[in-house]
Design a protein around this ligand. Sequence first.
Ligand code: CUA
Length: 478
Amino acid sequence: MHKLRCILVGAVTPMLVMLSSALCSARPLTDPATQREIKVSARKFTFTPKTITVARGERIKLVITAEDVDHGFAIKEFGIDQEIKAKETKVIELTPDKEGRYQFSCSVFCGDGHAEMIGELVVTGAPTPVAASQMKVTFDPASPGVVFVESAGERLRIDTSNKTVDRIAEAETRATKGETAQVAKKERESSKAYEPYDYHVVNIPTPKAVRRHSLNLHFTHRFQEQITAVEGEEFDDHIARISKDLLGLDSSSVSSFGVTYGFTDRLYANVYRSPLCQPGLCKTIEIGLGYHWLDEAGKSPLAVSTYGSVEGDHNFTERYTYNLQVMIGRSLTKYVNVFFSPAVHINANGGDRFKEFLAFQPLAANLKLGEHSGSFGFGINARVRPTTSLLFEYTPRVGFKLGQITPVFDPTLGRITGFTNDSEAAIGFGIEKRIGRHVFSLTFSNTQTTTTARYNSSNLALGPDHFTIGFNLFRRIL
Ligand code: CUA
C-alpha cells in the first residue's frame, strides 16, 4: 500500500478518481520540498532546543551538531539511535506517525551529566488541511479497474468497470490493527538507547561497551562468613550469629580490584587482581582484551561482546588459565535485560594442580577432577527504579568443577577411603544502584572467587551451598 498525498478532495466519480490517483503518484508524501529542517545543538549536557514540536505526518529533518564531545541522539519509539562525533553534524529524517510526547536522549556516554541529557519531541495532531489531504488510494492487484479510496476513517471500493461505489465498514479497524503491530515491532527493535546495566551482573560479565579513552575502576569484595544457616544450626542461633557479625560484614573479606581501559568504543583492555583462587591464597592476576561487536539497537536484536584473557597465579608467574568468553545481552522489556555469557577456561586445572595440597595422600590419585572447564553464565538485570536494579545469575559448569574436597570416612574400616569434590552451579543475586559514574551492587553469592576462570567455582573453604555477602564497586575515573 502506498501513502499518497492528494490535492483533489471532492465528489468521487470513477473519472475523477483515476485522474486524482494519477496526480497522487506524481506527488508522493516523501516530497523533499515539503520537509522542515530543525537545527539541534548537543553539548554537555543539554540539547537546544529542549522541546521540538511537530505535527503528525509532518516530514522533518533534524540537523544535529555535537558542539563539544561525542554525543548521541535516540528516540526509542521511532527506532532512532545515532552517534554524533565531536564537532560533526548528523541529519536524521523523520515523519512521526503517532501523536504523543516522546523523550529523546543522548545515547553516547559523555560524562557525569549524560543521564540527564534529554529532551522532548512533541507530536501534535495533524492540522486540518493535512488531515484532509491524507487520502489513501490503492489499487486492487487482483481485479483491474478496482480502486480503494480511504479518507477520514472511511473506505470506499470503486469499481470503474461497472461504475459502482461501495462503502467498506471494517476498513478502519483493519488498518488500525496493522499500524499497532508495526509500532510494537519498532519499539522492540530499539528498546535500548544505551545499556542500562553494569559490566557485571554479580560476577558474570555483560556486553556493555567500554567507552573510548575511558579508564574504569572495578572493586569486588566477598566476605567470608556464611549467611545462610550452617548445617544443623537452629533458626535462633542462625539469626543471632549473622546479626552479631552484621550479615558477615565483620568477617574477613576477599578484596579484588581491576582497571578497564577503552582504546576505542569497541576495543578495551582489562587487568584484574584477586588474592583468592583455589586452594587458599594464590594472588591471581588476570589480563584480558575485549571487543564490543554489537549494540542492541537498530537492526541488531542483541548486544554482543567477546573477551579473551590469561590468568596467572602468584602475580602472573605460574599456573596459567586461558579464558575465552562471549557476552550476549538482550532486553525483554524496557526494564528487564537478560544475559548469556558462556566461556571456556582452558587449563583451569592444568597438571591437576588443585590436588597439590593432597599430594601426601595416595588416595587422592583416585579423585578425577578434569583439566578444562566450560561455564554457562545466565544473568538477569531488572530495573525497579530508574537507577536501581535487582540482579540474579546462575552459572552451571562442565568439565573441571572446583569445589569442596571432603574425605570419605568409612566407620567400619575406621579409615579414610577416598575423597569427593562437592560443587554446585554458582548462584548470585543482589541489588544494583547507579549514581552518575558510580555503580554499587550489594551481592550475595555462593562463591568468593571473582576472576573469569573462578567466579563460577565454589571455594575449598566454603561448601557449595554457602552464601556470603559482598559488594561490587564500579567507578569511571577518566
Ligand atoms: Cu551527551 Cu551523553
